[in-house]
Ligand binder design. Structure first.
Ligand SMILES: O=C([O-])CC(=O)C(=O)O
Ligand SMILES: [Mg+2]
Length: 571
């Protein structure tokens, strides 16, 4: 009988008896089926005649040769046949796994149509059902089982030159709560926007989910749940795993890798950001990205509602990451504009949480991130009463709970203001504080409205209103590009202000005429290049940029750094 090793030599691992160990061989230059199965290089029917000859593809493809444009046309046509958004999502994920360039070509060319599929709201549903639609890992899963081995786990990832990591622990996925390990859809979705909207290379992007368990009973009781079946680790155990992770990332990828925290619960989000912002390039999208996009919307809305920023009064429903993050950035901007101390400018901003208006008599029992907002006022229990008491010009919803801006609340805002600014930021659409139609109808067409998840235009009394999308997707791709292209080593609040101003500067008269306070997503790559340039300029100004010398024209440089989804020719 031939010995086992010679069998493997002749026949490869497939012929070896099933109980025998085999070596997972691979080759380094792809051709034939291997080439077609590699999403980075596969072109499907767009392989040219020459490429089919040179790369052993003859017969593996039908005779037709498509252009990338024809492939795009065909795919958009078949995508539109699906009525159910989740089917479109799955079809896009299949494409990403099959032909990466074509996936990004579709996403870039059809951004307004496809954003609601690969991003909010559909990505929320995908996370809820992630266990059953899961096919292939699209990122790294780091669970408590990997404790002590996180550096090895990072080394398992096939790409070595990582520039951006989006990481979640799944505890607060959009406004949908704890989805545990199934939160992976979010880093995957955010990073596909990093590439499509911000031009970072797909191979430089790494989605990571940290699994410390889940407190979601439905998932714990589901036999198909893909994560750790235990309740969430907290305290020291949690902190130790995160510390190991942060140390390993810096060791493996260096000082300049951007770590974006996404959809962590409040208690961890604030702590991680303040702890690691001193030693790592970290950015919390829910606190800082949302703050920057909302500040931008408020600055640009001044053209429609009148007055200067310090003339306005703000009321928030929700005092978590988004609410306090936005509030702080607005207070900072007012402080810069007026030279008043931030302790003073904060007084123009009021927050309501689940217990009512945040006032000084509640100070003792408040979580630390809410304390700066506890102003002198008698207790107020409900949002409606708070609107009546505070008389805000701007109402912002960021609590993650849907349908909380009632008819009476919107009507009160409209009775107090000629043009009330109403921002319903919670995601996905099901968690929006009110719909666009409600905001326009209840304010008799006077509200300036934007929401976190998209709404279709609304017709009210013969006029068409186009709601804007106040979503951090306007900011993080360009912001990240600015950090990466300047080799920034730390994030600074002034970079967030620069990003807000750069975004607001992109809104044109034609957009204001439609009631929009953000530019359309169709121009997002230009917008991102402009944001990147301003962020990079700030990094250089602050001495935080390590790529020297500073490129002279930062917009041009940003554009030249951007990933292109056009096929390359193979030799
Ligand atoms: O993902 C989004 O659409 C915006 C966001 O960060 C969140 O809601 O947590
Ligand atoms: Mg988020």
């Amino acid at each position: 009988m031939a010995d086992a090793s010679s069998v493997e030599e002749v026949c490869g691992g497939d012929c070896a008896p099933v109980d025998q160990f085999i070596t997972p061989w691979t080759v380094s230059v792809a051709s034939g089926c291997t080439l077609m199965r590699d999403p980075r290089y596969n072109k499907g029917l767009a392989f040219s005649e020459n490429e089919r000859d040179a790369h052993y593809l003859r017969g593996l493809l039908p005779p037709a040769v498509y252009s990338q444009e024809l492939q795009e046309k065909k795919l958009m046509h078949s995508l539109r046949q699906y009525q159910v958004p989740l089917q479109r999502y799955m079809s896009m994920m299949d494409l990403q796994e099959r032909n990466e360039k074509l996936f990004y070509k579709l996403l870039i060319d059809n951004v307004e149509e496809l954003l609601p599929i690969v991003y909010t709201p559909t990505v929320g549903e995908a996370c809820q059902k992630y266990g059953s639609i899961f096919r292939r890992p699209q990122g790294l899963f780091i669970s408590l089982k990997e404790k002590g081995k996180i550096l090895e786990v990072l080394k398992n990832w096939p790409e070595k030159n990582i520039q951006v990591i989006v990481v979640t622990d799944g505890e607060r996925i959009l406004g949908l709560g704890d989805l545990g390990c199934q939160g992976m859809g979010i880093p995957v979705g955010k990073l596909s926007l990093y590439t499509a909207l911000g031009g970072l290379r797909p191979s430089a992007c790494l989605p990571i989910t940290i699994d410390v368990g889940t407190n979601n009973e439905t998932l714990l009781n589901n036999e198909f749940y893909i994560g750790l079946k235990q309740r969430r680790a907290t305290g020291q155990e949690y902190a130790d795993l995160l510390e190991e992770f942060m140390t390993a990332v810096k060791k493996q990828y260096g000082e300049k890798v951007l770590i974006q925290f996404e959809d962590f619960a409040n208690h961890n989000a604030f702590e991680l950001l303040s702890k690691y912002s001193k030693s790592h390039l970290v950015f919390n999208d829910d606190i800082q990205g949302t703050a920057s996009v909302v500040l931008s919307g408020v600055i640009s809305a001044l053209k429609l509602v009148g007055g200067a920023l310090p003339d306005h009064k703000f009321l928030f429903l929700g005092a978590g990451e988004a609410g306090t993050g936005i509030a702080e950035l607005i207070a900072l901007e007012i402080s810069k504009q007026t030279s008043a101390p931030i302790e003073e400018t904060r007084k123009k901003i009021w927050l309501v949480d689940s217990k009512g208006l945040i006032v000084s008599s509640r100070k003792e029992s408040l979580q630390h991130f809410k304390k700066p907002w506890a102003h002198e006022h008698e207790p107020v229990k409900t949002l409606l009463e708070a609107v009546k008491a505070v008389k805000p010009t701007v109402l912002i919803g960021s609590s993650g709970v849907g349908q909380t801006f009632t008819k009476e609340i919107v009507e009160t805002m409209a009775s107090l203001n000629e043009k009330p600014l109403i921002l319903a930021l919670s995601n996905p659409t099901s968690q929006s504080e009110c719909t666009a139609e409600q905001a326009y109808t209840w304010s008799q067409g006077r509200a300036i409205f934007a929401s976190g998840s998209p709404f279709d235009p609304v017709e009210y009394e013969g006029k068409v209103f186009v709601p804007g999308q106040a979503n951090n997707a306007y900011i993080f791709p360009g912001f990240g590009l600015g950090l990466v292209m300047s080799g920034a080593i730390r994030v600074h609040d002034d970079m967030l202000l620069a990003a807000s101003e750069a975004l607001a500067a992109q809104v044109k008269d034609e957009h204001y005429e439609k009631g929009l306070i953000y530019p359309p997503f169709s121009n997002i790559r230009t917008i991102s290049a402009n944001i990147a340039a301003k962020v990079a300029a700030k990094a250089y100004e602050l001495g935080l940029a390590s790529r020297l010398p500073r490129p002279e024209n930062l917009v041009k440089f940003a554009e030249s750094c951007m990933y292109s989804p056009v096929y390359r020719n193979y030799r």
